[in-house]
Design a binder for this molecule. Structure first.
Ligand code: PMV
Length: 310
């Protein structure tokens, strides 16, 4: 017997980190990148075959603790024995780059297991199980990654509230660039938690400002005002940088984009590595930006049409 489950990457347009503290975020499922998990019947202990490891599930390395835990918990939830199947995960989402790969691996694997055992899976159970993995990955997840990697529509998202689907109808292109450096979401999330202890007022102000910028970005999208959207994105990058979430490579790509005609640029996701995004006013400008970013050291770029939702 054989069954599969799929998921996709995500891009946070606005609101990473501040979303953990109840501020709004805007995020896009990034269908250009995806994960597929396949479960196949065998005899004996469960095995895992993924980018980081191939072998018995029981001896998987510590870095896969979130995935191993979600597999164990899902099988427990399904009331099935943890034996007699192989798990194979293939991915085009670069790992640890702020594109939600850890949540996406969990989503695809939970879906594959439910499919394999022929049980229906509700969205709320999928999100609950995915958040087990995300909590191990970085302690205090907002739930945004779980929602985006399992969904197909952009969201205006506030932790704990119902999903608000949010069509992107702004006349602009997004260029996504990967620094090639693994992002450190856990450290970055912890860094902000520490700042809340050592400098509560300043940190709270920066988080609130990021929330305000996310709302202003929402307005700019609704009014089809790409120049304003770009300005709010760049301002959000400055706030994130002031909170210690950026690094030299991300700042270099953000400055390269702005010097090459981008109407806005910022890091996206957990930060301290991973990806950045730049806003271009048209496709030619996006192609030009993509070239400039690759020349400046990005190891991959993607171009996303922000009117493609229509
Ligand atoms: O780096 P990623 O893809 O895991 O994105 C993390 C997003 C944060 O806002 C930093 C954390 C969260 O739980 O929302």
């Amino acid at each position: 017997m054989r069954a599969t489950g799929i998921s996709n990457g995500k891009i946070i347009l606005m609101g990473e980190h501040s979303v953990v503290y109840g501020e709004p975020a805007i995020a896009i499922p990034f269908l250009a990148t995806a994960i597929e998990t396949t479960i196949e019947t065998t005899n004996g202990p469960v095995t895992l075959d993924c980018f980081f490891y191939k072998g018995p599930l029981s001896t998987a390395p510590e870095r896969l603790l979130n995935l191993v835990t979600v597999i164990v918990e899902t099988v427990k939830k399904l009331n099935k024995p943890l034996e007699n199947f192989d798990i194979t995960i293939t991915s085009t989402i670069p790992a640890e780059r702020g594109m939600g790969s850890s949540a996406a691996v969990a989503v695809a694997t939970i879906r594959a297991l439910f499919h394999y055992f022929d049980e229906s899976l509700s969205n709320s159970v999928l999100l609950q199980l995915t958040n087990i993995s995300e909590t191990i990955a970085h302690n205090n997840p907002s739930g945004l990654d779980a929602a985006m990697t399992s969904g197909q529509s952009p969201l205006y998202y506030i932790k704990g509230q119902d999903f608000q689907f949010f069509p992107l109808r702004v006349t602009a292109y997004l260029v996504v660039a990967d620094t090639g450096i693994t992002s450190q979401t856990k450290e970055a999330v912890e860094n902000i938690a520490e700042l809340y202890q050592s400098a509560p007022r300043e940190t709270d102000l920066a988080i609130k400002k990021l929330g305000l910028l996310a709302n202003q970005a929402k307005w700019a999208i609704e009014q089809d005002q790409p120049i304003e959207l770009g300005t709010f994105m760049t301002q959000a990058h400055e706030q994130l940088d002031s909170l210690g979430i950026s690094n030299q490579e991300l700042n270099h790509l953000v400055h390269t984009a702005l010097d090459s005609g981008a109407i806005g640029a910022k890091l996206t996701g957990g930060g301290r590595g991973g990806c950045m995004i730049a806003l271009a006013k048209n496709e030619d400008n996006a192609i030009q930006l993509s070239k400039a970013l690759l020349q400046a050291g990005a190891n991959h770029t993607w171009i996303y049409n922000m009117r493609k939702d229509e």
